[in-house]
Write a new protein. Structure first.
Length: 381
């Protein structure tokens, strides 16, 4: 049975959100009444370029509805942004950001916690990367994990997660351009880690560090096979792989998001390079799923990027033309398709989902028919 009604899909999400001690319903809202109709709000950061490949990309939202991401201006320089729940857009430029025309240097905001603290990366004038945290008083701290390289393209390019404790997680490259995972506490203490057998370690983006301090992502071994991992707050690392699907072996597995229950979502590629998504519980039980509208052609399939506290998953699938569509999958396995009305229908055009919050709101961007990026928020009224 395919559910197309918002009430049917995310009622459990709304009930969870209303149970949050910090949440109060909007004035005049009946807290026992779930929304019934979906809407998609498009937005563009002021100053975003309008040439193909430029524009606005939304990467993460918190449980209050604030959204962060970045845009490329007409000079192909990157700037982060914060979009408040009321729709005001604040431009973010971290200290030390490069500004060379055509360089894509600058600031990228990847993650925001419920206090409004933002984590991301800054690329300097030498094209090296550094991590940053922006606090709610608009001050910044920039940092480099120990062992970070300082050459072109090296450093903390994957500073992409911040939790409610102010802990940051991501990845960086050393002077040999080898990648490692890292965790940074609010006080600035670092832990660098690699799963056993890793030659390159990547912590995934935006929602890959939970409130307990558990981290997920993926790594490549010496045979260039990709494996998922989860690192506990105590430092234990468990490696996992997607199962064979209809007898077709798995060649790459990616952990893409972890919630406070320790449930992980992500996707894996079979040997035909078809993507399948999964939910993995804290105990290691794995459920595989594919959006019913996804193409089954090689190189396409279903890619899960985020899950919220109710285990509702948000992600993408591709049609036979290679166009992108967003989806939300409830914890009961029901789907809604997210389609930006102005999205293009060509290869790698369409709707690209990033994250979903406890209220069921989804943030992401779409690519129009001219290959220009635009941010969006999808929600239920």
């Amino acid at each position: 049975m395919r559910f197309t009604n918002c009430r049917q899909l995310i009622a459990g999400v709304i009930l969870f959100a209303l149970a949050l001690s910090s949440w109060t319903p909007a004035k005049g809202q009946n807290k026992d009444e779930a929304p019934t109709k979906a809407k998609l709000i498009e937005f563009d950061a002021p100053g975003a370029g309008t040439a193909p490949g430029l524009g606005t990309q939304a990467f993460a939202n918190n449980n209050w509805g604030a959204v962060v991401g970045y845009y490329l201006d007409a000079n192909i320089v990157a700037h982060g942004f914060l979009r408040t729940p009321l729709g005001k857009i604040i431009v973010l430029d971290a200290p030390g950001a490069g500004t060379a025309n055509g360089s894509a240097q600058g600031t990228v905001a990847y993650s925001i916690n419920d206090w409004g603290e933002i984590a991301g990366q800054v690329q300097d004038a030498s094209n090296a990367y550094h991590g940053f945290v922006r606090y709610t008083n608009a001050t910044y701290v920039t940092f480099d994990p120990p062992g970070s390289g300082t050459g072109n393209g090296q450093g903390a390019a994957g500073t992409a997660n911040i939790n409610s404790e102010g802990t940051v997680a991501g990845f960086f490259s050393d002077s040999n351009s080898t990648y490692h995972g890292f965790i940074r506490t609010r006080k600035g203490a670092f832990t660098v880690f690699d799963p056993l057998g890793s030659v390159n370690t990547f912590v995934c983006l935006e929602t890959c560090l939970n409130s307990e301090g558990a981290v997920t992502g993926w790594f490549f071994d010496a045979n260039f096979a990709g494996h998922g991992f989860v690192r506990s707050p105590g430092g234990d690392i468990v490696i996992f792989d997607g199962p064979e699907t209809d007898g077709v072996p798995t060649v790459f597995t990616l952990g893409a998001s972890i919630n406070s229950e320790g449930t992980i979502t992500g996707y894996f590629l079979d040997s035909n390079f078809l993507a399948h998504s999964f939910l993995r519980t804290r105990s290691g039980n794995m459920t595989v799923f594919d959006d019913p509208h996804a193409s089954s052609a090689p190189g396409e399939g279903t890619t899960a990027f985020s899950l919220n506290q109710s285990a509702a998953v948000a992600g993408d699938f591709y049609d036979a033309n290679g166009a992108m569509y967003g989806f939300v999958r409830s914890d009961h396995g029901h789907y809604i398709t997210i389609l930006a009305p102005n999205g293009g229908t060509g290869t790698n055009q369409g709707t690209r989902v990033s994250t979903n919050n406890a209220l069921g709101q989804v943030a992401g961007w779409y690519v129009d028919g001219n290959n220009l990026n635009h941010g969006f928020i999808w929600t239920c009224d």
